[in-house]
Write a protein that binds this ligand. Sequence first.
Ligand code: AMP
Ligand code: GLY
Length: 437
Amino acid sequence: MKKILLLGNGAREHVVAETLKRSPQETEIYVVGGALNPALRDLATDYLVEDPCDLEVVREYAEKIRPDFAIPGPEAPIAAGVVDMLLEIGVHSCAPLQTVARLESSKSFTRDLLAKYDIPGNPMFKIFYSEDGLEEIFDELGDDFVVKADGLKGGKGVKVSGDHLNGREEGLAYARECLADGDRVVVEEKLVGEEFSLMSFADGSHTVEMPSIQDHKRAYEGDTGPNTGGMGTYSDADHLLPFLVEKDVEDAREITSRVLVALKEETGVEFKGIMYGGFIVTSRGVKLIEYNARFGDPEAMNALPLLTSDFVAICEAQISGKLDEVEVEFEKKATVCKYVVPEGYPDNPCKGDKIEVGEVPEGVKAYYASVDEREDGLYLSGSRAIAFVGIADTLEEAEKLAQSAVGSVSGPVFYREDIGTAELIQKRIDHMKEVRG
Ligand code: AMP
Ligand code: GLY
C-alpha cells in the first residue's frame, strides 16, 4: 500500500488522483486542499480542507500520516517551499525544491540560466533591477515587446504589446510599476508564432516528455478577450500537433534536457518533478516562452488519461533518479479538453449559482475544479468549474465528444466552442505556414 499526499484541489489534482488510482499498485490518497472538491474527495482516503501553502498545517498533517511521497499540484505551495519542508521531515516529493522551482517562480532566473549555459530558446531580453537603461530597451525593441514581472503573479504578471499594452509609454509605465513593487522586471522581444506546451517528467538527470498540447488562454472564441488560466486544450493521436513537425518537438525536448543539467550545475540541486515548457515556433525556430515547475491545468487532463504505464512507479522513479528504468507510455489517441467557466470569468465571475450537469457521454471524462457541492447539487465557486475531456482516435471525434458534454451544463456558464474544431486548427496550420515562410 502506497500512501500519497496530494496538495491542491483543482481539476489537475483530480486527474492526478485518478491516474494514481489506475496504478496496479494499491494507493491511499491524502489531500490537503483549499476547498472540498467532491470528485477528489471520492478518490481520497482523507481530505483536509486547509491552504496547502500553510507549511505548518501541511507539516503536521504529513507527520501524522507519514506518506510514501507527496505530489504538490499548484505552483504556489511549491514556490512557498513545501517540498523543502516535507524533505526536512523525510518525505520526498514529485516536485522541485524551492531553489530549482525558480525555473517557474523567477522569470529572470530562467532567462539568465539559458543565456549562461548557452542553451538556445531565449528571445532578446534584458533584466532590470532599477530604471537604469529601461528607456533604451524600449527604443531598441520598438513596438514589439513583452514586460514580465519577475515573480509568480497568477498569470497576470506578463503584459504583451498590442494585447495588454499600447505602445512604448504604457510598456515603460508597467515596467516602472513592477520595479516600484520591489520586483525585478524582464523586458523582452515579442515572439510571433504558434505556442505549444511540452511537459516532461524529470528526475534530476533524465527527462521523458508527454504528448505535445496546445492551450487556449483567451476567454472568448477566436482568441479574443482577457487572458485566463486556460479555457481548453487539445492533443493529437500521434502526440504531435497538426501545425508542428517532429523537429519542433525535438528542439523543445533538447532545450528541456539541457536546462535540467544546467539547473544542477548552477544550483547543486537536482530538479525532480514536472518541467512544463511553454514553447513557441517562430520563423527562427523554437523559442522558450517560460517554464512551469508543475503539471499544466488543463494540460494534465489531456496527458494523464492517456498514460498506460504505472504512474506510481513513474513518481517514485522521478524521486529516485531512475526514470530511465521505468516504462512511460501514452495511448495514441486524440484529446480535446473544454472548461466550463462562470459567466463573467475571469474578471467578474458569478459565484454561488447552481449548475446542472447532464449525463456525461461515453468517451468523455469530467474533472471538477472550482465547484462547491451542497445537498441539492453543484454550485459555482468563482473560477473554472468543470473540465470535460473527449478522448478518441481523431481530433474531430474527440472535439465532438467534449462539445456534447460541455453543452450539457446549464446555469450561468460559458465555454469556448471553437477549441479543437477543424476550423480553428486550420487557422493554426495556416498561421504556422505563414510564419515559417
Ligand atoms: P505566462 O503568464 O508567463 O504564461 O505568459 C502568458 C502568455 O504571454 C504566454 O502564453 C504568451 O502567449 C505570452 N508571452 C509571454 N512571453 C512572450 C514573448 N516573449 N513573446 C510573445 N508572447 C509572449
Ligand atoms: N495551462 C496554463 C498553466 O497551467 O499555467
